[in-house]
Design a protein around this ligand. Structure first.
Ligand SMILES: Cc1cc2nc3c(=O)[nH]c(=O)nc-3n(C[C@H](O)[C@H](O)[C@H](O)COP(=O)(O)OP(=O)(O)OC[C@H]3O[C@@H](n4cnc5c(N)ncnc54)[C@H](O)[C@@H]3O)c2cc1C
Length: 342
């Protein structure tokens, strides 16, 4: 079986590795026109927490995020944690919304989850001159994509996977080159490649500062909320989520919103040097697309494509669980089509 995975962001990388691990004798080639550190996840903090997923069904979010959480845990326990950029970290996630933070099904996945007491919220509100109505605290992971993606792709290569830098203009190209099955992990690129008009960029601007003393994630889950996420060498301050906005330039007004908002959360940040500012476009979609499609090339040849894209603000959080679903689909196709060589 000759499989082409298009895309080498965190989703494409994870998917390629999961396929190669599950089907060691298959030929798997990753095609991408951009690699780490130029993919969407590379500027992000890589925090495990479901975010900006539209109406993706809760049971899918629970399964994908849960499998990714357990995968991160296994990496964290191994000798690879440093190379893969995986760290364990406590998080406080609050809102000022009068309806409170909804109790999400995925909260059952994480270690040490607890709803904040009214007393804790009162203390926090006094400290930050805020009006939080509810909050959750738990233990999560950061899996820093600038380390995670190269680590995954190195593992993929060591298992015999192929990597090719190339822009794919039409899926038919790969069908003509004798690939039996295509896996589409192109993120926002799916808009052009397969004409998915529901794909929409969700612009995010963040800053990085030097603050080695910070070791706790603080996230305000409001329409215009800020967040502080420590990584190994710097701390990510965020952030914006502007829908249908393709502008990749740094905006001073966003920088002001980020800096002032985060300094309100943690006043000691005022003393810190900004070492990087960055804008990325999240692959927004009404819901994540993970499904099989049968297509016909211009030459009449029928082929199958498995789509795995549109992960919004949660590509890192869902990457391994989604990759395992692609593997499950492949197992199903293997039985259905009697693909004995897969
Ligand atoms: C500011 C910001 C902060 C974020 N923070 C977090 C976070 O803390 N936690 C989290 O889980 N998520 C976070 N995200 C979201 C996360 O970064 C994305 O969901 C994730 O990176 C999407 O990964 P992807 O592999 O689907 O897409 P991309 O990383 O965009 O990769 C797409 C790949 O497809 C390739 N490609 C596309 N079209 C073609 C083509 N025609 N031919 C060849 N190759 C093609 C590209 O070259 C690239 O390799 C954040 C995003 C932003 C912007």
């Amino acid at each position: 079986m000759n499989i082409a995975v298009i895309g080498a962001g965190v989703v494409g990388a994870a998917t390629s590795l999961a396929i190669k691990e599950a089907f060691p004798v298959s030929r798997v080639t990753v095609f991408a026109d951009a690699f780490s550190p130029q993919t969407t996840g590379d500027g992000s903090a890589g925090l495990w927490t479901p975010y900006l997923l539209g109406s993706t069904p809760a049971e899918d979010v629970l399964r994908w995020s849960g499998e990714t959480y357990r995968w991160m845990l296994s990496i964290w326990k191994s000798e690879s944690a440093g190379d893969a950029g995986v760290s364990l970290i406590p998080i406080t996630r609050v809102t000022s919304d009068a309806r409170g933070v909804p109790e999400q099904a995925w909260i059952s996945t994480v270690f040490g989850s607890r709803r904040m007491s009214l007393g804790d919220l009162r203390r926090l509100n006094e400290e930050q001159a805020a009006e939080y109505t509810s909050g959750w605290q738990f233990i999560t992971f950061t899996a820093e994509p600038t380390r995670l993606i190269p680590w995954i792709l190195a593992k993929f290569k060591s298992l015999g996977g192929n990597i090719v830098k190339r822009k794919i203009l039409k899926l038919d190209e790969l069908v003509d080159e004798s690939f039996d099955l295509l896996v589409n992990c192109t993120g926002l690129g799916a808009r052009d490649l397969i004409g998915d008009a529901t794909m929409q960029p969700v612009r995010g601007q963040v800053s990085r500062v030097e603050a080695s003393w910070a070791f706790h994630v603080f996230l305000v889950e409001d329409e215009a909320g800020n967040y502080v996420i420590p990584n190994v060498e710097s701390v990510v301050l965020g952030g914006t989520h502007q829908e249908n906005d393709y502008d990749c330039r740094i905006r001073e007004e966003d920088e002001k919103f980020i800096h002032e908002g985060c300094c309100k959360l943690l006043p000691a940040l005022r003393e810190c040097n900004i070492i990087k500012r960055w804008v990325g476009l999240r692959p927004g979609r009404p819901r994540v697309r993970l499904e099989t499609e049968s297509r016909e090339a211009e030459n009449g040849k029928k082929f199958t494509v498995i789509h795995n894209y549109g992960h919004g603000g949660s590509g890192v959080t869902l990457c391994w669980g989604c990759a395992l679903d692609v593997v499950r689909i492949l197992h199903g196709l293997k039985t259905e089509k009697n693909l004995s060589k897969l």
